[in-house]
Write a protein that binds this ligand. Structure first.
Ligand code: NAD
Length: 502
């Protein structure tokens, strides 16, 4: 790793080392420790929050054009180190280099570019004389210091999704990456410094959730917590934030259904399901996890997906020919394996996968692409997030049944419907309880459009102009336009007082 990464944090424009316990960063394809840093302790977190608070007055008053220029410069800086970012992302997560190069890094840069433009489009509704004798206007203002916590599945993208709308809107931020994937977040901090993001506007701390993370979210000096991660941790954070009444934005877990109606293009659905279930080794909050397939197509769908899954090349993440790398950690691999084992014990059958590969891959946290059938709708494997390369296929008979089963989980982040019938597609789009519904596709995201959940998947939006609703607050300014000392409404209070103007 480059020399500069020997520091765990970035505060007030300066890189420093933490003073807490050592945290190893492990390459999950080999088990090798590729970097060790010392975690940031609560007093370091507090100093980061202090730096963000000091930077807030000037940054919040910078013009949209000034903020936009800095973000454009940041996009250029990230573009200049795109290959380094891709290599580092792959090293710390085990994701295939093709995914880092073609999705994580360009997607992150595009998001920065989007917010460079969006920073100049913060708009409100029309001003007007709603009372007849005042002009009312809306000010959209930044909130203050945002405390943000990101997960390990797309470390750079998740950091960008948190930081960009916050600072484009004039807030300042302290972000904690997941403890096992801090490297590209620190590289983002470096790029902020080179791009001229003023000191204190973006600050990064690193360490574990219970210590470093909780120091951030429980601080009374932050005005908002923005969290992406599991539903369990999100709910804990919501409880902690409630103590201070801190504003919250929660992007939590998912369990996306993939509904294949009887008129669907089967080839498209098969290819789509294998890709959407296995992207990022299934460690994607919107990954297809439950395929509900009309019974007339079920056997062919299962055979097609299984054939594609068996053809995937598992291997070293840095090799261009690798389709699937290891999971992010041995702990995550073992968690996935245990869930699949319980599903098999409870009556599901494995069509393919359901095991860790042998040979030279035993040194890494690998798990074979897995297709299960025969699971019960109420079972853990259908109801809970697996976050691994596992797809469960279940047959259905009627459209209503498919939608009911698709919605019959606690989560509501994403869903897809596969059909050639426009009426069916629109009916599914309306009925599926999810923050994103794809028709005849599953996974693509775009900076202009919002991403966020319903139900146990959280609330609030990342990406797009909708994210400004999270990171700004509305102020109503009401100005008298009559100049009269005695207002009509005064009569409700002091009828007996003579109008001093008379
Ligand atoms: P996680 O909840 O275990 O950890 C997420 C972050 O929270 C990490 O930085 C961790 O250190 C921190 N954390 C843990 N305990 C904490 C605490 N008590 N206080 C403060 N911070 C704490 O999630 P993960 O395993 O890193 O990521 C996978 C999860 O993220 C999955 O559930 C996935 O669905 C979800 N996710 C959701 C979205 C979305 O947009 N909805 C996107 C990506 C990932």
């Amino acid at each position: 790793m480059p020399e500069w990464t020997k520091t765990s944090n970035y505060i007030d424009g300066v890189r420093r080392a933490g003073s807490g316990p050592e945290v190893p960063v492990v390459d999950p394809s080999t088990g090798d420790v590729i970097w060790t840093y010392r975690a940031d302790t609560p007093d370091t977190v507090d100093s980061a929050i202090g730096a963000a608070a000091r930077a807030f007055p000037e940054w919040s008053r910078a013009t949209p054009a000034e903020r936009s220029a800095v973000l454009h410069a940041l996009a250029a800086e990230l573009g200049a180190v795109a290959e380094d970012l891709a290599q580092a992302e792959t090293a710390q997560t085990g994701k295939p280099i093709r995914l880092s190069r073609e999705f994580d890094v360009p997607g992150s840069i595009d998001n920065v570019s989007f917010f460079a433009g969006a920073a100049r489009h913060l708009e409100g509704r029309a001003a007007g004389e709603y009372s007849g004798y005042h002009t009312s206007m809306i000010r959209r203002e930044p909130i203050g210091v945002v405390g943000s916590i990101a997960p390990w599945n797309y470390p750079l993208q998740m950091a960008v999704w948190k930081v960009m709308p916050a600072i484009a809107a004039g807030n300042t931020i302290v972000l904690k990456a997941a403890e096992n994937t801090p490297i590209t977040t620190l590289m983002l901090a470096e790029a902020c410094a080179r791009a001229g993001v003023p000191a204190g506007v973006v600050n990064m701390v690193n360490g574990t959730g219970p210590v470093t993370g909780e120091a951030l979210v429980t601080s009374p000096k932050i005005s908002m917590t923005s969290f992406t991660g599991s539903t369990a941790v999100g709910r804990r954070i919501a409880g902690l934030a409630a103590r201070n009444g801190t504003r919250l934005h929660l992007e939590l877990g998912g369990k996306a259904p993939f509904v294949v109606f009887d008129d669907a293009d089967l080839d498209a659905a098969v290819r789509g399901a294998a890709a959407a279930a296995l992207i990022n080794t299934g460690q994607d909050c919107t990954a297809a996890t439950r395929a509900y397939v009309h019974h007339t197509l079920f056997d062919d769908f299962v055979a097609g997906v299984a054939a594609l899954m068996r053809r995937l090349r598992l291997g070293a993440p840095a090799e261009r020919g690798t389709d699937q790398g290891p999971l992010v950690s041995f702990q995550q691999r073992d968690r996935v394996a245990a869930m699949v084992a319980r599903a098999l014990r409870d009556g599901a059958q494995a069509v393919t996968g359901a095991r860790a590969p042998g040979g030279e891959l035993v040194a890494g946290a690998y798990y074979e692409p897995t297709l299960l059938v025969g699971a019960d709708q109420r079972s853990e494997i259908v109801q809970d997030e697996v976050f691994g390369p596992v797809l469960v296929a279940l047959p259905f008979d009627t459209d209503d049944e498919a939608i009911r089963l698709a919605n019959d989980v606690p989560f509501g982040l994403a869903a897809s419907a596969w059909t050639r019938d426009v009426y069916r597609a629109q009916a599914a789009a309306r009925s599926l309880a999810a923050g994103t519904v794809w028709i005849n596709d599953h996974i693509p995201i775009i900076s202009e459009m919002p991403h966020g959940g319903m139900k146990a998947s959280g609330y609030g939006k990342d990406m797009s102009a909708y994210s400004f609703d999270e990171y700004t607050q509305i102020k109503h300014v009401m100005s008298d336009i009559t100049g009269a000392a005695a207002k009509p409404w005064h009569s409700t209070v002091h009828l007996s007082v003579e109008d001093p103007a008379e």
